[in-house]
Design a protein around this ligand. Structure first.
Ligand code: SAM
Ligand code: SF4
Ligand code: SF4
Length: 338
């Protein structure tokens, strides 16, 4: 199979594949899986609806060998809720052409799994933490999980030799007063912190533009206490704007998908746990890949199908937000993992 350059309608290549391995989570973050909707009666995917590790390995190989994917990110739901996840990481790590494997996690299960993940080839982990105050964090995660639980996960990953970054979703009225304490804390700890603007993903988190604390506000606030200077992106299509604390090499970032969209360089595709391919975080529908995977299509046929899907892509939701009126449902964040 040849690794031709596959471009979408806006000339964007595909480089980054985000694989959600489960729709389940042990947290109920208010902005992602609000407990009143994702309650005891909520029907999560059954085992046979999930793509198996063998299916995921095959698909990943096709994406890497024939569509140009170089980076893989494992996500969820909470990815560490998927049994034996290290076995999948290890399979993906052996695919020629995979340059980077990362994972996004809430960190709570890292003390148990960090060593095995590192051994399996996991290079980088983004750990989500939105507050350093137990009372606030317990409310945000909807399960009363303590800050220390996540800090233990962060330490376990770092001790295992996995590169750690921290993600903090900032929402007005929820945690904007913790921007400076979080920046200080993780600067001292030596981990890069990335602030994420509260996004209008899904349909259940009651998003309002007024609740968004913007990149500009975040940077201005830190700048008054610890002066910042911008630094160049590591690569084309990097989602975080990067900044350095003046006079040091310590870094901080902001992911500004609301106030400052980056669709023109978006080279990411997302695969949900049941095998739907989403070409945008805000897509209404995914393309069913499980059915073709489970019929007798050859690798070549599957590749052609995937290439056609990418060729047809013209998503640029964040750039259109605000001036294109939409009235439709969107996929939930816990389904495709951010
Ligand atoms: N459970 C894992 C975690 O929390 O890291 C992985 C999945 S989670 C959906 C991926 C990331 O999306 C997390 O950093 C989370 O904070 C972020 N996220 C979820 N809902 C969001 C929203 N409405 N706006 C911005 N970020 C969101
Ligand atoms: Fe779970 Fe992550 Fe969503 Fe929080 S953000 S509910 S930890 S999937
Ligand atoms: Fe990519 Fe869609 Fe986000 Fe734009 S809105 S950056 S196309 S995922």
């Amino acid at each position: 199979m040849n690794n031709q350059k596959v471009l979408d309608q806006l000339n964007r290549p595909l480089r980054d594949l985000r694989i959600s391995v489960t729709d389940k989570c042990n947290f109920r973050c208010t902005y992602c899986m609000p407990a009143e909707i994702f309650g005891p009666d909520f029907e999560f995917l059954r085992r046979d609806q999930l793509l198996s590790f063998e299916e995921l390995e095959r698909l990943t190989r096709i994406f890497v060998e024939t569509l140009g994917v170089q980076k893989i990110r494992i996500t969820g739901g909470e990815p560490l809720m998927r049994k034996d996840l290290h076995l999948l990481i290890s399979k993906i790590n052996q695919i020629d052409g995979v340059e980077d494997i990362a994972m996004t996690t809430n960190g709570s299960l890292l003390p148990k799994y960090a060593e095995a993940l590192k051994e399996a080839g996991l290079k980088r982990v983004s750990i989500s933490l939105d507050s350093l105050k137990d009372e606030v964090f317990g409310k945000i995660n909807g399960r009363g999980v303590t800050v220390q639980t996540v800090l233990d996960g962060i330490d376990a990953a770092a001790a295992a030799g996995i590169q750690v970054k921290i993600n903090m979703v900032v929402k007005k009225g929820m945690n904007e007063d913790e921007i400076i304490p979080m920046a200080r804390f993780f600067r001292e700890k030596g981990h890069i912190l990335r602030f994420i603007e509260f996004m209008d993903v899904g349909n259940t988190n009651k998003w309002k533009l007024d609740d968004v604390y913007t990149k500009k506000q975040i940077i201005e606030e830190i700048n008054t206490v610890m002066p910042l200077e911008p630094i160049a992106p590591n690569y084309l299509g990097e989602v975080a704007s990067r900044f350095r604390y003046v006079g040091s090499n310590d870094e901080v970032g902001v992911i500004s998908s609301v106030s400052d969209a980056f669709c023109s360089s978006c080279n990411r595709a997302r695969l949900s746990a049941e095998g739907k391919l989403y070409t945008c975080l805000f897509a209404a529908n995914g393309h069913d890949i499980r059915t073709p995977l489970r019929t007798s299509l050859s690798d070549e046929e599957l590749s052609t199908h995937l290439q056609q899907l990418w060729n047809g892509r013209n998503d640029r939701y964040s750039e259109e937000r605000g001036h294109v009126k939409r009235d439709r449902s969107k996929v939930e964040m816990s389904h495709i993992g951010g």
